[in-house]
Design a binder for this molecule. Structure first.
Ligand code: HEM
Length: 223
């Protein structure tokens, strides 16, 4: 484990930045592929959703190509997110402190973190986003397959396709909202973006926002 760059016996000077590893290169690549897919899906999906947004199809080479590639990007997102799911589901399991954290959401929003319980790798908000994304992606891929007439026309009825269009649009709008919350939180909590770009956070960030996780990481090493 190289989670904590300060090893027992190292000479540490005041002012030396302490960094903590949070994501491997593989996890970051996996994350950014998923993120790119979602942005492309949102753009191509919105382009097909309303005539007012049809102009976006120009980005994808016209209406027909937008319609043809949108489901394929969905397939890539599904498998890519599945990779993230396998990596992170365990760390997103609900713990006792998550209920307390959620009940004190007011303190979260007013930046009174000292009143919150110590949390592990993810807080309750991040966990909620993770599970919502997981459910919505399953809903999106299943409803998408029902209306993917190019390959599956004969497998479903017109009635089922109509329901699928409605479910797909509602799930898409919801996931865009969840995604906005995810990105807003990543920017709002200073130092978080670096976790997904460089793979590391500062010791101060870990201590302030995910103290239980930091304690687990350095447990067994010098205090
Ligand atoms: C394009 C804009 C996006 C940005 C700027 C962004 C940023 C981030 C950052 C900074 C983290 C690290 C948070 C931490 O370690 O505390 C993270 C984690 C994560 N992101 Fe994103 N993200 C984006 C899009 C997405 C999308 C589209 C998805 C999935 C559909 C996604 C799924 C995740 C997951 C699963 C994690 C791990 C957190 C967890 O398991 O609870 N992200 N993201």
């Amino acid at each position: 484990m190289t989670a904590y760059d300060v090893e027992p016996g190292d000479s540490v000077h005041p002012g030396d930045p302490v960094t903590v590893d949070r994501y491997t290169t593989g996890a970051r690549a996996n994350h950014w592929i998923t993120a790119t897919c979602l942005v492309l899906l949102a753009l191509s999906g919105l382009a097909l959703f309303s005539p007012w947004l049809y102009f976006i199809t120009a980005m994808f080479g016209g209406g027909q190509t937008t319609r043809a590639i949108h489901p394929w990007i969905g397939v890539v997102l599904f498998f890519s997110f599945f990779g993230l799911f396998l990596r992170f589901w365990r760390a997103n399991l609900w713990k006792a402190e998550d209920g307390t954290w959620l009940a004190r959401l007011r303190d979260v929003l007013t930046a009174h973190e000292e009143r919150l319980p110590e949390v592990g790798k993810y807080n309750a908000g991040q966990k909620a986003v993770f599970w919502l994304m997981s459910i919505l992606i399953i809903v999106l891929i299943s409803s998408g397959l029902v209306m993917w007439d190019q390959y599956f026309y004969g497998y479903t009825t017109i009635e089922q396709k109509r329901i699928a269009v409605l479910v797909h649009s509602m799930a898409a709008i919801t996931i865009i909202c969840v995604w906005i919350v995810h990105v807003y939180a990543a920017i709002w909590v200073r130092g978080t973006i670096g976790a997904m770009t460089r793979g590391q956070v500062t010791g101060g960030w870990a201590w302030r926002h995910h103290r239980k996780w930091l304690r687990e990481l350095v447990g067994g090493k010098s205090s």
